[in-house]
Design a protein around this ligand. Structure first.
Ligand code: SF4
Ligand code: SF4
Length: 83
């Protein structure tokens, strides 16, 4: 239930589908909030995939989704922030 006050915490959330990822790093490079970094793991195709290293900084802007050539990542708004 919303009380109309400004909420704290992440404004956005990022969703990653590692199996679609080809490890190009565009999302990491272009995230304006420095949310993403390569993880230590590889997917089934052997590509090094990203992870949300700083999820609290995500704004849900979806620039990662705009730059990803493989539709492997997208950002979305987590909740409405009332000013
Ligand atoms: S832009 Fe897409 S394919 Fe490239 S590393 Fe990020 S999630 Fe993987
Ligand atoms: S939605 Fe925006 S802030 Fe969040 S990880 Fe993607 S590019 Fe970064």
């Amino acid at each position: 239930m919303s009380d109309g006050k400004k909420t704290r915490g992440p404004r956005g959330t990022v969703t990653i589908n590692p199996e679609l990822c080809k490890g190009c790093g565009f999302c990491i490079e272009f995230c304006p909030s420095g949310v993403l970094a390569f993880s230590d793991t590889f997917n089934d195709k052997g590509y090094h995939t990203p992870q949300a290293a700083r999820p609290e900084a995500c704004t849900g802007c979806d620039l990662c989704g705009a730059y990803c050539p493989d539709f492997a990542i997208f950002g979305s708004l987590k909740e409405k922030v009332v000013a």
